[in-house]
Design a protein around this ligand. Structure first.
Ligand code: MRU
Length: 371
């Protein structure tokens, strides 16, 4: 993605220090663009848990580099045990995010092929780099597949603006590059299709207002910020042609966990006969859970609900209290949209129905893990 004309990924190895990686601190966007260095397992854990980085693919890539940094801290005499415990600590940072465990397990499996700690460290680094590259490439590919959905709608509308509604941030910032839900949007823009994006603000953390709206602005894509509850109204008035969202975990039966509020968008979309698509790289599939309601749902601090943060008149980031002191708040971060409400899943191998048989047909090698 371009920021002020410079191309960035969301995570990259420090070229001058083989024991460090760089990330962008998303807590400060869009007001400040701060690049942060991570050089230990502890810093990687804090970056994921406290949401310096967030979003499915980026959480996975950060966990992968976190495992590499852990390998540099691991004592030779107790290497495997240290690495197992490091994976466990990383996995517990964000309970709903499937990409976390997928990434730490992939690093552990890759390291198991070597005998000596030094060789394992090299493998951890190379595997983390491969995970990051793959994440970017898979997002690019699902952009190509998703483009065809948008092209079709544009044709049906005789070239008139295609209005796409998205929730949260499943953009470039949520992955290593391109994004999942935004990849088809960028591809449609490149193909010259007239598009406009409705951006849900996504309380309480406001990923839509702070990140998606900013990302789309940087890419010169027409967008309008709306409150989380506006979608149903827009759909009733023919102002939404397509709902396109990402996911933090999708079962191999097609149930989709995504940012809280997604389920309500899917219900409204179904009621209004509007296609509801979910874009995901296969690293987000959970091949072990049959039922979406079994997906662990992260509950974050109620303070995120009772307060709000933004920039003051001097551009300093401040947090203010919204509610009366002592107001009790619950903060469920994700919900599950049942497969029956999902029109299709856009993956790096193509578009598939949100159905077990179809998903397994597209990813036969993953289904085998279940046997
Ligand atoms: O809590 P977050 O910001 O890490 O949540 C992840 C998300 O941004 C969304 O749920 C997103 O739509 C799926 S991740 C591509």
């Amino acid at each position: 993605m371009n920021i002020n004309g410079k191309r960035y990924r969301t995570i990259w190895p420090d070229p001058g220090n083989s024991s460090a990686v760089f990330i962008i601190d998303q807590r400060r966007l869009p007001h400040e663009f701060i690049i942060e260095q991570l050089s230990s397992l502890e810093q990687s854990i804090a970056a994921i848990k406290d949401m310096h980085v967030r979003g499915a693919g980026l959480i996975g890539a950060t966990a992968a580099f976190g495992m590499y940094l852990a390998s540099l801290q691991a004592p030779d005499h107790n290497f495997s045990d240290f690495m197992m415990k490091s994976a466990d600590r990383l996995n517990r940072c964000r309970p709903t995010a499937r990409n976390l465990k997928w990434a730490t397990e992939r690093i552990l499996r890759a390291m198991a092929k070597a005998d000596q700690p030094e060789e394992k460290r090299t493998i951890a680094f190379l595997t983390a780099c491969a995970i990051a590259d793959e994440d970017a490439e898979f997002c690019r590919r699902l952009g190509d597949f998703g483009l065809e959905i948008i092209r079709e709608i544009s044709k049906k509308k005789g070239g008139k603006t295609v209005n796409i509604l998205t929730h949260c941030n499943a953009g470039w910032l949520a992955f290593v590059d391109y994004g999942s839900a935004t990849a088809p949007i960028y591809a449609a823009r490149d193909a010259g299709i007239d598009i406009h994006v409705w951006v849900d603000e996504t309380r309480p953390w406001n990923q839509g207002a702070k990140l998606t709206a900013w990302e789309l602005q940087q890419e010169n894509i027409a967008s309008t910020l709306i409150t989380d509850n506006a979608g149903g109204h827009l759909m009733q008035h023919d102002l939404v042609d397509l709902v396109l969202v990402g996911t933090d975990r999708t079962t191999h039966t097609g149930d989709v966990a995504n940012k809280i509020g997604t389920y309500l968008k899917a219900l409204a979309a179904r009621d209004n006969n509007i296609p509801f698509y979910v874009a995901l790289p296969s690293s987000t599939f959970d091949w072990t859970l049959d039922k979406g309601v079994e997906i662990p749902i992260e509950q974050r601090s109620g303070e995120e609900v009772t307060s709000i943060s933004g920039a003051d008149e001097k551009g300093r980031i401040v947090t203010i209290q919204l509610t009366a002191p002592g107001t009790r708040a619950a903060n469920y971060s994700f919900d599950v949209t049942p497969a029956r409400l999902v029109t299709g899943l856009i993956t790096e191998r193509g578009i598939v129905k949100a159905e077990r048989e179809e998903i397994h047909r597209l990813f036969p090698e993953c289904g085998v893990l279940l046997e």
